[in-house]
Structure formats: structure tokens, C-alpha cells
Design a protein around this ligand. Structure first.
Ligand code: SF4
Length: 348
């Protein structure tokens, strides 16, 4: 048990934690490295740890919760190589993780919090409310469980599932550092995208970490009043501050910031909105992802028409803003982030 009295999973144990355990049970130092290697191999039970003696495996069983995640449900897309997982955490909370196979690699879109405090009006994740932060180990467990289930190496990670990753700052940074650790996963930071609704102080702090990850800021409007309506957090961090901190992030890390812009029918998808966005970002080394909105139950906003989306893109391109349209993966399954979890909560 840890300080919070919450049972810990195998993936919660990093090198210093395993060192403490090794000292407690008089295990030789090389065992720590072996256990970290098993983590990197995405092991989900002690029985597969062939080079670990039985008495040591018994201790691991006793000290930790196994399995790290229980699978509640898997939804498999029939049209693309995308699978959505509903996982149960050791305390019974439910989270959602998406596995996506692309020609450039295998990517996992993962959850960083149970629920979210940010309250964006269009988001299924926010509706059931916030419960708690995930540990770095629980983030790793999502990757390893999918790697284990699909017998595939995970090359990319996207922190874009349920939760605001920067609202769980310390655990998110710990997770990123463990992903690139020489003892374990050795994932390239360039293959990681972290999405935020625009928490300015945390973005500043993140820039100072000098991790070469891609930062994706959910902007959704260049108009302060519209953004306030879509995302309540916007009242705390005005658009000018967000653009300033994005420039700062680029200056510190050399990584071009991505702006996420979800298009809602006649709310933020008109030509005047595109012109306003182009003016805001003109000459900046940024990329804009235009995202057609998914339908979310109880949301008063609906997705934009195809023509409006294409026209929006045209206006950005005419103004020399790098932009692409990005469709959410798994359109034939519950595509919107947090939708599957919400469905599960409503059914129980
Ligand atoms: S969009 Fe992201 S930040 Fe906003 S409520 Fe949903 S999970 Fe939270």
C-alpha cells in the first residue's frame, strides 16, 4: 500500500521503488533490471516471468495488484484498424483507451484522469465529472495492456483521451520520462503528442522540461466569446495568452505547436471565423488540425457540414496557414473521447 492507501500495480514501480522492494526482501540488484525489462515487455502476470524465482514472484503477487487493468469491453472497428478498450482500474474506476494501427506505427490514445474538471461543453469525458488523477503507472499500464493484447510494439502515444494531462502534471511528466527511460520503453519523445485545453502556467512549465514532444492546444475558436462558451477554462486564460505561451513553447523546445480546432455547425465554422483564426496565427510556425465534431449526447452543438469544413480549410491555406482535416479514428464505434465510458456508466 502507498501513502494514499491505494494498492499499487506493477507498473507503478519505477527504478527507485523497485530498489526499495529489493532492499526489503534482500534481492540482488540485477533483479531490478530484470523486472524493468519485464515491464518493457508488457508482462501482465508474474507467471510469465521465466527468469524470476518462484519465491520472488510470490512476493510480487502479494505486494502488488494483478492484473494492472481489467478489460471490461473491447469495441473493434469494422472499417479501420482501431480498437477501443474500456478498462477497470484497481479501485473499480473505469477508463477508456484507443489503439490505432497506422502505416507509420502503432499508436495508443490514453487517459490521464478519471473524468475531467475542465467542463468543455462538447466533451463526453467531462459529463460524468472528475474522480481522480491516474498514476504514471496506470498510464503505462494502458500501453502495455494493449501491446500485450494485440501482440504489437507501441511506437506512438497520444495523451488525448479522458482528462487534461497538464492538470495531472507531475504524474504525466513521470510517465513521459519513464517512456523514454533507458531501463524500459525507450519510446522516442518525437512520437508523443500531448493535448491540452490551454493551461498557460503548466504549458510554460512543460516548455522548461525540454521534452521534444508535440504539444497540441485545443483552441476551437479565435474569438474569445465563442471560446468561452465552448470551453469554460478559456475565461481564465485568454486567447492572446495562449498564443503567447505557444510561441514560448516553440522558442524553448524548437517543436512546432499544433492547434486543434473542432468545427461545430454555425458556431465556429463560418468564413469569418476562419479569417479570424488566420489573422491570429499568421506567420507563426504552427499547424492547425481541423476536426469535424462527433455527436455527443446532451451536447447542444452538432458537427459542421462537409462544405463548411472544406471551405474553412481553403481559407486557412489561402492565408498560408498549415492545416489539415483530421477525422477521429473509429467512426463506426463510439468515436468521441469518453463516449464508451459514459455509456458504461449510464448502463450500470
Ligand atoms: S475536451 Fe479535454 S479538457 Fe475538455 S473536458 Fe474533455 S477531456 Fe477535459
Amino acid at each position: 500500500m502507498n501513502k494514499q492507501n491505494k494498492p499499487r500495480i506493477f507498473y507503478d514501480y519505477d527504478y527507485p521503488d523497485l530498489e526499495i522492494l529489493a532492499e526489503k526482501y534482500n534481492w540482488p540488484k540485477f533483479r531490478i533490471k530484470q523486472l524493468l525489462e519485464w515491464q518493457a515487455k508488457s508482462i501482465q502476470s508474474t507467471s510469465g516471468m521465466t527468469n524470476i524465482p518462484k519465491d520472488m514472484r510470490i512476493v510480487l503477487e502479494r505486494e502488488m495488484v494483478w492484473p494492472a487493468l481489467k478489460i471490461v469491453k473491447i469495441e473493434r472497428s469494422k472499417v479501420e484498424p482501431v480498437n477501443k478498450y474500456l478498462f477497470e482500474l484497481s479501485d473499480g474506476n473505469i477508463i477508456e483507451t484507443v489503439s490505432m494501427h497506422y502505416n507509420y506505427g502503432h499508436s495508443v490514445c490514453l487517459t490521464t484522469q478519471v473524468g475531467c474538471k475542465m467542463g468543455c461543453g462538447f466533451c463526453a469525458s467531462a459529463k460524468p465529472g472528475f474522480k481522480r488523477n491516474l498514476t504514471a503507472g496506470e498510464m503505462l499500464a494502458q500501453i502495455t495492456m494493449i501491446s500485450h493484447m494485440e501482440q504489437s510494439h507501441i511506437s506512438h502515444a497520444v495523451l488525448m483521451g479522458i482528462g487534461e494531462a497538464l492538470d495531472n502534471y507531475d504524474q504525466t511528466i513521470k510517465f513521459l520520462n519513464r517512456l523514454r527511460s533507458k531501463f524500459g520503453f525507450t519510446m522516442s519523445m518525437r512520437n508523443i503528442t500531448l493535448s491540452t485545453c490551454g493551461l498557460v502556467p503548466q504549458i510554460k512549465k512543460l516548455a522548461k522540461e525540454h521534452l521534444p514532444i508535440t504539444l497540441a492546444i485545443s483552441l476551437h475558436s479565435a474569438d474569445q466569446a465563442i471560446r468561452n462558451m465552448l470551453m469554460p477554462i478559456s475565461k481564465h486564460y485568454p486567447i492572446e495568452e495562449i498564443v503567447q505561451v505557444a510561441d514560448y513553447y516553440f522558442a524553448e523546445t524548437g517543436r512546432r505547436v499544433t492547434y486543434e480546432y473542432t468545427l461545430f455547425d454555425r458556431i465556429n465554422d463560418q468564413p469569418a471565423h476562419a479569417e479570424q483564426l488566420a489573422k491570429l496565427l499568421k506567420g507563426k510556425p504552427v499547424h492547425v488540425n481541423l476536426i469535424p465534431a462527433n455527436e455527443v449526447a446532451d451536447s447542444i452543438w452538432t458537427g459542421s457540414a462537409k462544405d463548411a469544413i472544406n471551405n474553412f480549410l481553403l481559407i486557412l491555406n489561402k492565408n498560408k496557414i498549415n492545416a489539415t482535416i483530421r477525422y477521429s479514428a473509429g467512426q463506426d464505434i463510439t468515436a468521441a473521447c469518453g463516449q464508451l465510458r459514459r455509456q458504461n456508466i449510464q448502463n450500470n
